[in-house]
Design a protein around this ligand. Structure first.
Ligand code: FES
Length: 109
C-alpha cells in the first residue's frame, strides 16, 4: 500500500504542495492543489515546454489563489480542470494525477 502524501491540513487552504512519487519504476514530480476539502492532482510539467511550474517550491497558485500559475512564462490554468486559459499553452491541459482524501490524509487514488 502506498503511504499517504501528507495530511490534508499540511496544505494551505487554498494552497498547493509538490511531491515526487514513484510510478512504474520511475520518479514523477506531481503537485496537489487544495481547495477546502477537495484536492486536485497534476503532473508538475507545464504543457508549454515541459518545465516544472514552480520556480519557488510549492508556489503553484496565482496571487489570488484562484488559478494555477506557471512561474516560467505565466501560463494560467483552472484549478479544477488543469485547462490552460491564458499564456503560451492556451487551450492545452496539465496532465492529471489521481489523488483523493481519506481519513484526513492526501493519498494517491
Ligand atoms: S513553461 Fe510554463 S508557461 Fe512556459
Amino acid at each position: 500500500m502506498t503511504p499517504p502524501l501528507c495530511a490534508l491540513d499540511d496544505i494551505d487552504d487554498p494552497g498547493a504542495k509538490g511531491f515526487t512519487v514513484t510510478r512504474d519504476g520511475g520518479h514523477v514530480r506531481i503537485f496537489v492543489v487544495r481547495r477546502g476539502a477537495e484536492v486536485f492532482g497534476y503532473v508538475n510539467s507545464c504543457p508549454h515546454v515541459g518545465a516544472p511550474l514552480d520556480i519557488e517550491a510549492d508556489k503553484f497558485l496565482d496571487i489570488f489563489k484562484t488559478g494555477i500559475l506557471c512561474a516560467n512564462h505565466f501560463a494560467l490554468f483552472e484549478i479544477e480542470s488543469g485547462h490552460c486559459v491564458r499564456g503560451p499553452c492556451n487551450g492545452r491541459d496539465l496532465q492529471r494525477f489521481p489523488v483523493t482524501v481519506r481519513a484526513g490524509m492526501v493519498v494517491i487514488a
